[in-house]
Design a protein. Structure first.
Length: 244
């Protein structure tokens, strides 16, 4: 069942679209309607649904402005308008479809089919992702699972030399000098890595203890097997030596 929200400043337009959608009552459920974009924005940011039917020409805030104010868009957008000049901009805003008013029943049917197909695809992708994560996290095949560039990557801990932080991003540096950037803070990465093999020696670095070749006590640096030199913070030096 597709959960849908309708936003249009004209109540009659909302009634008309709702009437059309009632022809697909087994497939679509209208969970909310709004004629004031400001009220709609609050609802959108606080609730979960599948599809937003959005008018563009509204006096206080147009549809594109509303999309720009949404915190996180995890639903499909269908642009509904009486003007065909917005088609290109709708595509740039990643709308799944574009319906001209008065909305044709056959066009609406095609739109609903598009949404259903995409929801099914996303659901299957999520199931596959969960299966892969469970498989790669089992005791016999323990790997680190990270998401990067729209892909799930499974890393053997022994392939990781170190991880470096860059604000909200972290970069894995592997034994072949390959780098993988993920949108996770170093604290989150630290929780993923096995404690017996990895240690956060600095606010910006986690190192693989098995890859350490030398520790320069005077300078406060470690040298890894790939000859990379990484600092050990003063605050973490004692804990680091205890770990070794």
């Amino acid at each position: 069942m597709i959960k849908a929200v309708i936003i249009d400043d004209e109540p009659k337009a909302i009634q008309s679209l709702a009437w059309e959608l009632n022809n697909f009552e087994r497939e679509v459920k209208i969970v909310a309607t709004f004629s004031e974009p400001e009220k709609a924005l609050s609802y959108i940011n606080d609730n979960t649904f599948d599809c937003l039917f959005l008018d563009i020409e509204m006096p206080s805030m147009d549809g594109f402005q509303l999309l720009d104010k949404i915190n996180k868009r995890n639903f499909f957008v269908v642009i509904t308008t009486a003007y065909n000049e917005y088609a290109i901009k709708a595509l740039k805003k990643d709308a799944i479809d574009y319906l001209l008013k008065p909305i044709d029943s056959d066009d609406l049917k095609e739109t609903i089919t598009k949404i259903k197909n995409q929801l099914f695809k996303d659901l299957n992708a999520e199931k596959i992702e969960n299966i892969l994560i469970k498989f790669n996290n089992n005791l016999f095949n323990k790997k680190i699972t990270v998401s990067s560039d729209g892909k799930l990557i499974f890393l053997k801990p022994d392939d990781i030399y170190y991880v470096i932080s860059d604000g909200n991003y972290s970069t894995f540096v592997l034994d072949n000098q390959k780098k993988i950037v993920v949108t996770k803070k170093l604290k989150e990465i630290n929780e993923l890595l096995p404690e017996d093999s990895f240690f956060r020696i600095h606010n910006s670095y986690i190192v693989n203890l098995h890859k350490i070749k030398e520790f320069l006590k005077t300078d406060g640096y470690v040298i890894l097997e790939n000859n990379i030199k990484i600092p050990v913070s003063r605050q973490r030096k004692t804990d680091f030596l205890d770990k070794l």
